[in-house]
Design a binder for this molecule. Structure first.
Ligand SMILES: O=P(O)(O)O[C@H]1O[C@H](CO)[C@@H](O)[C@H]1O
Ligand SMILES: [Mn+2]
Ligand SMILES: [Mn+2]
Length: 402
């Protein structure tokens, strides 16, 4: 038996989604959004010089086929990318009616989302009166703050000080099907925030809101900072997915990062959390220690949360170059017969208008099973391929490309 490492680089899209015109940022369609291409172009033209310099340099990812995957997805070449691939490479297209993290991960795990998520309107208050009343009751406050669409860091700038004064939790949403609650870890209390999110989640899941997200923060006015104690309370997948298939076959499933949250812990034996640098340390250790037959399923969220949503091109480029360097030392740790599949769950083009995800195709880069194109595949084919590698039975629409 062999092991599989499935690593989702959150939001590292490569353009070309055929249905991008049906997805929006600030009421403008995502047509033409291309996270990786636009970062590479900004770097090549000297517009991403903060904390780094020059063309985007991703030798390890490109050697696996990143540039080739980008050309496959969108028909465009990116400056600095396009070396002859040594891995298996292709581009995956999503069919779920959402460009959010659970939609992307569920479909990568073999289950296209079988329903329409509930999205909150742009008007204020964006939430129904009964939701606001129940949140206030659970929080023990005389109301909530926000109740609008917003970017998390901007919400703290706008409402953080008032939250410290009134204790009211800051509630907001985005183009995703989410209900986010920000509260100060010390003055409101982390445990109180987590209990509030857990308490309100069933009501929102009933409405087909995909996730309630706890957004704890620390610091004082003008210097608020979100912490790594974020926690997602997601609807459980309505059908068995990759993690269930592997667990039911008696093989270990280890979630790294927010995988446990995204799948509501379904099919997951063990979770390892932390900032992305810590998660890469965990992956290094798991390459040395994960048992035969194991599925290691990881999500690296900071491309998305620290740089994509913040529309910070240089920061995103730095994160990609950092990951590429870590990949260079991770790859030699793999054993003969191991499979590494790198992919993404949606785009988040930092050059795009708005602050939300962008509908894009994603790369599929596979090390450990030869060289050559897999071409255009479906998100669900990733699950079928990983299952085939691990020798477990897959259900659902995916077909293995291995
Ligand atoms: O702006 P922040 O709080 O990072 O929120 C972002 O994170 C949410 C979940 O990933 C997305 O729906 C987006 O709104
Ligand atoms: Mn995501
Ligand atoms: Mn996001």
């Amino acid at each position: 038996m062999t092991r599989a490492f499935l690593v989702v680089l959150d939001s590292v899209g490569i353009g070309g989604a055929p249905d991008a015109a049906s997805f929006f940022n600030d009421v403008r369609p995502d047509t033409g959004a291309n996270t990786l291409l636009h970062i590479a172009e900004a770097c090549a033209s000297g517009h991403a010089e903060t904390g780094r310099s020059g063309p985007l340099t991703l030798p390890n990812l490109d050697r696996l086929g990143l540039g080739a995957a980008l050309a496959c997805a969108s028909g465009q070449g990116a400056p600095g990318l396009g070396a002859p691939p040594e891995g298996r490479w292709g581009a995956a297209t999503e069919i779920s009616p959402g460009k959010d993290t659970p939609s992307g991960h569920w479909e990568l795990a073999g289950l296209p989302v079988p329903w329409d998520w509930h999205y909150f309107p742009l008007e204020v208050p964006a939430f129904p009166a009964e939701v606001i009343a129940r949140v206030s009751e659970l929080a023990g406050t005389d109301g909530i703050l926000g109740a609008c669409h917003g970017s998390g860091t901007v919400m703290l700038d706008r409402f953080g000080a008032e939250h410290l004064r009134t204790v009211r939790p800051i509630c907001y949403t985005s183009a995703d099907s989410v209900f986010q609650i920000a509260a100060h870890e010390e003055s409101f209390g982390l445990e109180r925030l987590l209990a509030l999110c857990e308490g309100i989640a069933p009501m929102l899941h009933e409405m087909r809101v995909g996730r309630v997200i706890a957004r704890p923060f620390v610091g004082q006015e003008g210097a608020f900072r979100r912490t790594a104690n974020r926690r997602d309370y997601a609807i459980a997948p309505p059908m068995p997915v990759l993690t269930d298939w592997v667990q039911r076959a008696g093989q270990p499933v280890i979630g790294v990062g927010k995988i446990g949250d995204i799948f509501s812990m379904r099919g997951i034996d063990r979770v390892l959390k932390g900032e992305d640098a810590v998660l890469m340390d965990h992956l290094d250790t798991l390459a040395d220690t994960a048992p035969e037959g194991a599925l290691v399923f990881a999500n690296l969220v900071e491309f998305d949360s620290l740089w994509g949503h913040r529309r910070d091109v240089a920061g995103y480029a730095r994160a990609l170059e950092w990951f590429d360097a870590r990949l260079g030392t991770f790859l030699p740790r793999l054993r003969p017969g191991d499979l590494l599949c790198l992919t993404a769950d949606h785009g988040n083009d930092p050059t795009w208008h708005g602050t939300d995800h962008t509908r894009e195709r994603v790369p599929v880069l596979v090390a450990g099973c030869g060289t050559g194109p897999v071409g255009h595949v479906a998100f669900a084919d990733v699950a079928a391929s990983v299952a085939a590698h691990l020798g477990v039975t897959a259900t659902g629409p995916g077909r293995s490309f291995l």
